[in-house]
Design a protein around this ligand. Structure first.
Ligand SMILES: *[C@@H]1O[C@H](CO)[C@@H](O)[C@H](O)[C@H]1NC(C)=O
Ligand SMILES: *[C@@H]1O[C@H](CO)[C@@H](O)[C@H](O)[C@H]1NC(C)=O
Ligand SMILES: *[C@@H]1O[C@H](CO)[C@@H](O)[C@H](O)[C@H]1NC(C)=O
Length: 371
């Protein structure tokens, strides 16, 4: 926390700089000599300001996650910092360092992948939720049309189902996560969820989410984060004292630039980011969990071409699991005969527009009842 004294000191420094600025403006006369003056005088304090009427701002200052800039027409502008501005402001030390920064980076970064290892996976598993627990366990939630959904414990290396429970037909299982030594499973088109003991798979009770649908679920900073076919990520308090409706803390719209992104399906938390695969797309988006912004697209086109011959026709990519200790990413799909450990690689050759074209979801999915 910065004290009031620190604030005053900062204000004082800023006032001094503004004074220097003003003298500079008066002395320099026109824009270009003014620019030159500042480049020579305070080169480290120049940042480029994109997307505003003024093209240059200076004296960057970050507080409460917002960037303050003095613009060329002497206005003070507050907004979210772009990555390089944030870095610059940090270098200058002119920031409230205890604040976590939701950084707007401009365009999302693009990534491709490399398959590092291929594991067997039950091709009859219509995978909906996936998570890894050390040393070698996957917990998986499978849905089924006209058959029982399951919760299962799977051996990562052999793909063997060590244990499973079948659910009553009214439940179509979706996302699965681990919190407070419990597994939490949610369901399609239902606001009910079930807590399980991960060792015995005994039900420890039910809960209600404040949503009408359940798709993916993960945990970020001790809150549940849930997708529900909309463009929102919902942050929900994980438990209540009694069995009841969990509290909605807030929702963040998933945005890639100005486009709202619908149909985030399976969710996984990877180093503070939320990773989500888009339903019916061979793409994973990396989402800033503080802002909902898509900060990266992983083009996974062709991943399913690496599949062994399964007994069924493979469905769409679905299921991301992260091993935080080993920093390993696992991916699979519905009825895939394999699960892949992949390495995610920065991709600089393709254009963002092309990636957006292949990765952005459909506007509607009427075949699943989402007009
Ligand atoms: C959700 O599941 C419960 C059973 O736990 C059922 O009674 C209820 O009708 C379901 N709701 C919907 C919208 O299907
Ligand atoms: C892409 O750019 C990043 C950042 O500049 C760099 O680290 C990476 O090596 C580049 N990747 C390729 C495949 O050129
Ligand atoms: C997506 O990845 C595939 C396989 O690596 C590649 O062939 C394709 O060109 C990529 N598409 C884009 C838009 O980057």
């Amino acid at each position: 926390m910065s004290s009031r004294q620190d604030d005053r000191t900062t204000q004082c420094k800023r006032t001094t700089r503004r004074l220097v600025t003003l003298i500079g403006v008066l002395a320099a006369g026109n824009f270009f000599s003014y620019l030159l003056f500042f480049i020579l005088w305070q080169p480290s304090q120049f940042v480029e300001v994109r997307g505003t009427s003024s093209s240059i701002g200076f004296l960057p200052y970050v507080k409460d996650s917002m960037l303050s800039l003095s613009t060329i027409d002497s206005n003070i502008e507050w907004r979210q910092p772009y990555l390089h501005e944030d870095v610059l402001a940090r270098q200058l030390g002119d920031l409230d360092s205890d604040t976590p920064f939701p950084i707007f980076r401009g365009d999302p970064d693009l990534y491709t992948y490399e398959v590092l290892r291929k594991f067997p996976h039950d091709p009859s598993a219509f995978t909906q939720g996936l998570l890894f627990r050390p040393p070698d366990t996957l917990f998986e939630s499978t849905g089924a049309f006209g058959g029982p959904s399951t919760l299962r414990e799977v051996d990562l290396v052999t793909g063997t189902v060590r244990k499973q429970v079948e659910l009553p037909g009214i439940y179509f299982a979706e996302g699965l996560t681990y919190h407070d030594d419990k597994l939490l499973q949610i369901f399609w088109r239902n606001n009910t969820g079930i807590y399980y003991d991960p060792k015995t798979f005994k039900s420890l009770g039910t809960f209600q989410t404040p949503l009408s649908d359940g798709w993916g679920i993960s945990v970020v900073d001790d809150s549940l984060v849930v997708s529900d076919s909309s463009t929102e990520l919902h942050f929900i308090q994980p438990s209540t004292k009694d069995e009841g409706t969990l509290r909605l803390l807030h929702s963040k719209t998933i945005r890639d630039g100005n486009t709202k992104i619908r149909f985030a399906n399976e969710l996984e938390t990877v180093k503070g980011e939320i990773w989500a695969n888009v339903l019916e797309r061979e793409c994973v988006m990396r989402i800033n969990s503080k802002t909902g912004e898509v900060v990266g697209w992983i083009n996974l086109s062709g991943l399913s071409h690496n599949l062994d011959r399964g007994t069924l026709r493979p469905g769409v990519l679905n299921g991301i699991a992260y091993d935080a200790e080993g920093d390993r990413i696992f991916l699979t799909g519905k009825n895939w005969a394999n699960l892949f450990q992949v390495r995610i690689i920065r991709e600089n050759r393709t254009s963002l527009d092309t990636v957006r074209h292949i990765c952005h979801p459909a506007n509607s999915l009427p075949q699943y009842g989402y007009p």
